[in-house]
Design a binder for this molecule. Structure first.
Ligand code: F6R
Length: 635
């Protein structure tokens, strides 16, 4: 096993890595990477303890380091002391007090500091409440404190979708110091769920500069999940540019990227392995390379020539398989063609091996898993509609209440309506409802714009969303109330984004629903998300429950289809089933999505991903559809 801290500073070692300008270690799972990094950091701390020295760590917040901090806490419980550790956090939102639930001060204490024995005076987190005219001196002082502590031994980083490290947004110079910055729109959008709406996300922050980070003796940047894959590639393989501050790490002697398989998906060695060395030409690899070739030379598959293969680094495929382009083209064309089906539950009477779904049983029990109430509608509204129309028993199971996404204004409106109805009824028989509505309104007032919702408010918000989910489901043909079920998984109910923890009871709830529905096919999502994301946790809960049901009869004949969320679009070669949509069906999907009026987020513009997928199929020479919903087959 490669030691992470030792690998730091080594340059690209293999032919495969030759496009990568910063050393990059890929672990199958983030949990494994975090376990190993935590063990190595623990060894560093202990070795310094022996020589009575301190360790100075630069720390990050956000979802990424959460599993790493959990590991450190676990090691502390087994005896690791943090008495000789001094920490400096990268950043803090400007304007947030320490006790704000989304302050990085609160985050670090919740995730790490409250659970270990680090002396309070060793903890440094930028103060977001410094008056504006003192910020400059304050930042200068923060830098000085790092120097006085002996400089950063190890800086832990995440990476934002803008490529930022700390909050060094595009335009930050390589020698920028600790300072106040304006947050990028993308960064604010990414934090919108945490703050219950983008309008609540602070516009500025205090951050260590790129220069401050670059002075660290060693740097580990972690990234998990498919939504980080593109920016990781740009930072690791692209040019050094102030538009992606993580690319500056290419200039650091001792920096390393630690990523999981999903985040490695766009690295050349993973995405186009044939460009970096010999590959094993499996059917999947052939499909992938031919689609890539067609996209690169902008040609339909059937028009690719031997020259195209040779001139774009795929000549080895023809040589190894001893085939002409013509034959390879036909094979791959057919394979892609066979992913297209208007029968996502299988077509009666067609025992065609090459169809994505089985014909039998003719009427399937289909379970659509939906982490938050809108996910499945955004992901597969058209497919749900077809499944219902083709007379399958479709059950949409909404895993969490999604109440954290509901805006205050919706809860306020609802409570006000009850109040007014009570007044119209002159109080008679409406006393309970009136006092309920008043409690809601009072609690909303008391918590203010950024406060945490009470259990009562969260419950109401969940119920509002249920209503919207039912309306949306109805647009897609789910008309019976029994066709939509709400699990309100317990892990979500008391938590906040990035801080959820799955418990056994969540798995048990999932097991009960699986055994109840006895599905022939399951549609699920969350498989490529950041592991701390709500979708990934819902997927994990499903996966564990599914595994625990392995002896059940229904498991013998169950397909699992995966759909994607908006952040990590599927690549054409990954698609195993493509369900086309007509313009009318697309409009119907938009209508369903519009039913979610109470929630925050920017994903509800239009289902353009579906149109992109259709465009990609069209360019490969497939039939031209208005839109396509796409699925990968897991099992
Ligand atoms: C946090 C920080 C940021 C995050 C980045 C990724 O202290 O400085 O650079 O590391 O925004 O955030 P997550 O991990 O939430 O995806």
């Amino acid at each position: 096993m490669t030691e992470i801290l030792e690998a730091i500073g080594q340059k690209q070692l293999t032919q495969q890595e030759r496009f990568e300008k910063t050393r990059t270690l890929v672990f199958p799972e983030s949990s494994e990477a975090c376990r190993q990094l935590a063990r190595e950091v623990a060894e560093l701390i202990e070795s310094r303890q022996k020589s009575k020295e301190n360790v100075v760590l630069g720390l990050a917040t956000g979802s990424t380091p959460v599993p790493f901090y959990r590991e450190l806490v676990r090691l502390h419980k087994k005896g690791l002391s943090f008495k000789n550790v001094i920490t400096f956090n990268l950043d803090e939102y400007y304007g947030l007090t320490r006790d704000h639930p989304e302050s990085y001060y609160r985050f670090m204490h919740d995730q790490l500091f409250d659970h270990i024995d680090i002396p309070a005076e060793n903890i440094h987190i930028p103060d977001g409440t410094i008056p504006l005219d003192e910020v400059y001196d304050y930042c200068h002082g923060y830098e000085r404190e790092i120097v006085e502590a002996g400089g950063l031994d190890l800086q832990i980083l995440g990476i934002g979708r803008t490529g930022h490290i700390g909050f060094n947004e595009p335009g930050s110079a390589i020698n920028s110091p600790t300072r106040m910055i304006t947050l990028d729109r993308v960064t604010r959008a990414d934090a919108a769920a945490d703050f219950l709406g983008i309008a609540n996300v602070p516009r500025s922050a205090i951050t260590m500069g790129v220069g401050t980070i670059m002075k660290a003796r060693r740097i580990v940047l972690m990234a998990w999940g498919g939504n980080k894959a593109s920016i990781v590639r740009e930072a690791v393989e692209g040019d050094v540019t102030d538009q992606i501050s993580a690319s500056f790490l290419q200039e650091h002697e001792n920096a390393i990227f630690l990523i999981d398989a999903a985040a490695s998906g766009r690295l050349t060695r993973v995405q186009h392995p044939w460009l970096v060395g010999s590959v094993n030409w499996t059917d999947a690899m052939i499909k992938r390379s031919v689609i890539w070739l067609a996209e690169t030379v902008r040609s339909p598959i059937l028009k690719l020539t031997d020259e195209d293969y040779n001139e774009h680094g795929v000549g080895e495929l023809l040589a190894t398989t001893n085939k002409k382009a013509y034959h390879v083209n036909i094979d791959v064309f057919n394979e892609v063609q066979h992913t297209i089906t208007g029968w996502p539950g299988g077509k009666k009477g067609t025992e065609n091996e090459r169809r994505p779904e089985r014909a039998c049983p003719v009427q399937k029990n289909v379970l659509v898993l939906c982490p938050e109430p809108s996910d499945a509608i955004v992901g597969l509204a058209g497919t749900i509609d077809r499944l219902v129309e083709q007379e399958h028993n479709v059950t949409m199971v909404v895993q969490t209440s999604g109440n954290l996404r509901v805006r205050d204004v919706s809860a306020r409106n609802f409570a006000s309506v009850i109040n007014e109805m009570a007044e119209l009824a002159h109080g008679t028989g409406w006393e309970n409802q009136k006092s309920y509505a008043e409690s809601i309104l009072n609690e909303l007032d008391e918590k203010g714009e950024f406060g945490v919702d009470s259990a009562l408010v969260r419950r109401l918000k969940g119920l509002i969303l249920r209503g919207e989910a039912r309306d949306a489901g109805e647009v897609c043909g789910l008309e019976e109330s029994s066709q939509i079920r709400f699990l309100d998984l317990p892990f979500y109910e008391t938590g906040r984004y990035r801080r959820f923890r799955l418990e056994n009871e969540d798995i048990e709830v999932m097991k009960t629903i699986l055994n109840d529905v006895k599905p022939h096919s399951i549609f699920a999502t969350g498989h490529v998300g950041d592991p701390s994301s709500m979708q990934a946790m819902c997927f994990q809960a499903f996966k564990e429950a599914f595994e625990e049901c392995s002896d059940e009869k229904w498991r013998e004949d169950c397909f699992v289809w995966l759909y994607r969320g908006k952040d990590s679009p599927v690549s054409t070669h990954e698609i195993d089933m493509a369900v086309p949509m007509s313009p009318d069906q697309l409009e119907q999907k938009r209508e369903a999505i519009r039913k979610f009026q109470s929630i925050t987020g920017d994903e509800f513009e239009s289902p353009t991903d579906n149109q992109l997928i259709a465009g990609n199929y069209d360019k490969l020479g497939m039939a031209e559809y208005e839109a396509i919903e796409a699925f990968e087959r897991l099992l």
